[in-house]
Design a protein around this ligand. Structure first.
Ligand code: NI
Ligand code: MN
Length: 225
């Protein structure tokens, strides 16, 4: 698998000939000025919850690429009304087949409201299970014991928020990784705004002490994972 970091919580995963894109928020990200939204590939767009810093560029990318947009029912309906298709609206605990993947929408402890004030359903994260194994994008969440339910997926890696303030911080993300049984974490939702600026070198050291690798690719960087 190849993983590209587009800043904040926006991750692209290239696997099985598909480009799975999570939580596109680029044009409003002060750190992502070098990313050209019009060139980001996507065959599936997975939206964890309705906040602007997770949905901002989804409509334009979906309309350009005709990617399948997957989110909870309320968010999928909101995008459908804007002319985005196809959209798949699901809810916590459900799984759907999308391309070569089985996608499960799992619990997140957070809130969810769309940028225009529309109710955004319950926030979630995703487990994507495909030909190259499974991986997780947690969206925005607090640490929750529900994370231990992800163990049977044998996750190759998990994308976990580490910026604190609005989500888990580093120490809770380390506990989350342990609950999930992952040894490779891609940090998301940090440094974008002043309240979530962290000491990234200290974060890497803290993860390493627990024998977990914290990967922090640069914005626009692609890594093999
Ligand atoms: Ni949020
Ligand atoms: Mn957020």
């Amino acid at each position: 698998m190849k993983l590209t970091y587009y800043g904040h919580s926006c991750i692209g995963v290239n696997t099985a000939g598909h480009d799975v894109l999570f939580d596109p928020f680029i044009s409003g990200n002060p750190l992502a000025g070098d990313i050209d939204v019009a060139r980001i590939p996507a065959t599936e767009i997975l939206i964890s919850h309705g906040h602007g810093d997770h949905v901002a560029d989804a409509e334009s990318i979906a309309k350009r690429t005709n990617a399948t947009l997957v989110s909870n029912y309320e968010i999928a309906s909101w995008f459908e009304a804007k002319g985005v298709k196809p959209c798949i609206g699901m809810n916590i605990g459900g799984s759907v087949n999308v391309g070569p993947f089985r996608v499960k929408y799992v619990n997140a402890v957070h809130s969810s409201q769309l940028p225009d004030g529309t109710y955004g359903g319950n926030p979630g994260g995703f487990v994507v299970n495909g030909p190259d194994g499974s991986f997780h994008h947690a969206g925005d969440t607090a640490l929750t014991l529900d994370m231990q339910l992800l163990r049977p997926f044998n996750l190759r890696f998990a994308c976990l928020p580490i910026g604190d303030h609005y989500t888990m911080g580093v120490s809770d993300a380390i506990e989350a990784a342990k609950l999930m049984g992952v040894t490779k974490v891609v940090g998301i939702h940090y440094n974008t705004f002043p309240p979530i600026v962290i000491d990234t070198e200290a974060a890497k050291r803290d993860f390493a002490k627990e024998s977990i690798t914290l990967l922090l690719p640069g914005i626009g960087e692609t890594i093999e994972i």
